[in-house]
Ligand binder design. Structure first.
Ligand code: SF4
Length: 83
């Protein structure tokens, strides 16, 4: 899993850190950042929920390339049904 935070879009709402505190934190200015060693999400199922919870869509989650390789396909989590 690959997680990208668009810091130009992030407004520091903190929803990501509240939703998945084992992966996201906030820097000194309140903007989202990934915790050290959790750049791949650490297998935390709350990462996708955190991305969904971001009010400005600043978080993009994409899966790593499969066994045949190929491009990562970013997933727009706002279009996925809630589970
Ligand atoms: S929820 Fe979105 S806007 Fe809020 S801190 Fe996280 S990335 Fe930034």
């Amino acid at each position: 899993m690959r997680i990208a935070i668009d810091k130009d879009v992030c407004i520091g709402a903190g929803q990501c850190a509240l939703t998945a505190p084992n992966v996201f934190t906030q820097d000194d200015e309140g903007f989202s950042q990934l915790l050290p060693g959790r750049e791949d999400g650490g297998g935390d199922p709350l990462v996708r929920e955190a991305a969904r919870s971001c009010p400005v869509g600043a978080i993009t989650v994409s899966e790593n390339a499969g066994p045949q390789g190929g491009e990562d396909t970013p997933t727009d989590l706002r279009t996925l049904p809630r589970t």
